[in-house]
Design a protein around this ligand. Sequence first.
Ligand code: GLU
Length: 496
Amino acid sequence: MIRVRFAPSPTGYLHIGSARTALFNYLYARHVGGKFLLRIEDTDIARSTDESTRSILEGLAWLGFQPDEEIVFQSNNADKHRAAALKLLEEGKAYRDFTPKAEPTDKNIKETIADRARQNQGVKSMRDNPFRDLSKAESDAKAAAGEPFAIRLKVPVEGKTSFEDGVYGLSERDYAEIEDLVLLRSDGHPLYNLAVVCDDIEMEITDIIRGQDHLTNTHKQILIYEALGKTPPRFAHLPLILAPGGKKLSKRIHGEIVSMTTYRDHGFLAAAFRNFLALLGWSPKTEQEIMTLDELVQSFTLEGIHRNNAIFNFDANNPKRWTDDKAIWMNAEYIRTMLLDELLPFVKAELKSAKLWRDEYDDEDKAWFENTVNLIRERFFTLKDFSEQGRAYFSEDFDFDETAVNKNLKKFPDLKVWLPELATRFESLEDFTHDPIHETVGNFAAEKGAKLGQIMNGARALLTGLAVGPSMLAVFETLGKEKSILRLKSQIAWNL
Ligand code: GLU
C-alpha cells in the first residue's frame, strides 16, 4: 500500500509551491490507489501560527484535497521524537554535546566566522566535536551533574549516503559534507529532521514527494533512518517554481499576499487552478492541457515530472494581470467550456457576494439567467467578471468604461441624437428578437448613411458600459426591449 503525505509547516500561507506539492502527492496517491495523508509540521513554536494552519486547511479544502486519514499535528509527537533521540544515544549512534550555548559576543562571532571560513576550505572536519568520542561513563557523569547538552547524530566518518530520486535519479553525498546534526536541543526540543523521520516512520509513509529545497535534508534524514534501523522510503523531489527571469517567486504580487484562498477570492475555479498547478513542472505524454481531475489522476506519473524549474509567468508591471497568464487563460477556458449547470452555482455565489443576486433567477427568470450566463461567459476570465464586467446584465447601476465612451460614443457626436431615435423605433417592435432587431438597426443605419458597426458599438457602450462583449443582437435580446430603450435614451454616458 502506497502512503504519501503532504507536510506543510504552518509558518505562512498555502502558496503555489506547497499547493503543487500537495497536488502531486494527491495525484500520485490516487493514481496508484494509495493513501494521501496530511501532517501539519508545527514544531517551530516561534513561527507557527493557528492562522496559518487555518489558511492551509482552507486552501486544501478549496482545491479538494481531503486527507484519507486524520490530520497529524507534529507537535503532538514530541515525546516520541525525544524517545527516538534517547534510543540513538543509548545505542551510541548519537552523543551528548555539552558545548555551552555561546552568548553572541564580538569575540565568538569573529571566531565563528573564522571557523566557517576554515570549514569552507575543508580544513576543519565536521567530526572534531570534542564530545563526540567522550566515553559513556564521562558523558553520563556530566549529564548527571546537570550540565546541559544537545544530542547530535554521530555521522559516520567515511563513506557517503545515496538514494535514487524519483525525479532526479541518483543523488549522493559524502558523509564528510554532513555535520553531526542536532537531534534534540538542550531544552529538550526535537529538531526538524528527527521529527520528520520519526513521523514518517510512524505514519508508514512509503513515498516522499516534496520540493527540491529539501534535497540536503534528505541525505541527513536517510542517516537518521539508518541509525534507527529503518529502511528509508522512496524520495522524489520537485523542481522549483520561479518567477520570470529565474527570480525567486515572491510571496506578494502587487503588494497582495498570494495564497490559495487569494486565488479563490479573485474568482478562480478550483478545477481550473488545479489543472494549471498540475502543469507547473509536470506534463502528460500527450499535448492535452485541459484535463479533468480524473484525467490528471489517470495520467500522473513521477516520470512525467520535469527536471528543470517551472516558471510562474506573470507580468508584474500589469496590475490587471496579477497572476500567471496561463492560469488566467486556463480559468477562462473552464468558464467558457464547462457544463453550464456546473458553472451556475459559482456565478450565483459571485452575484450574491456582489449583492446582485435576485431570487427570481432561480425561479421565473431561471431560463433568462441561464441564457445570459451562457452568453456572457464566452469572454470572461474569472468569476469576478460576472459581477464586474457583467454588471450591466444584472443591475441598472453600472460603470461606463472610459475607452468605450470615447471611442464608441464621443467620437461620433451624431450618435447622441441617433441612438435615442433608434430607441423610438424599437418601441414599435412587437417581437423584440434577433431578426426584427437586426432589420430595424440595419434599416436605421442605412437611412443615416452610417456603418452598422458604428451604431452597434455605440449601443454597446450605452447598454453594457463596455467596448467589447457578445454579439449586440444577443445583448439587445437578453436585456430586453424595455432596458434597451431606456439605456439608448440615457444621457449618463454622454455627460461623463
Ligand atoms: N514542513 C516542510 C515544509 O513545509 C516539508 C517537510 C517534508 O515534506 O518533508 O517545507
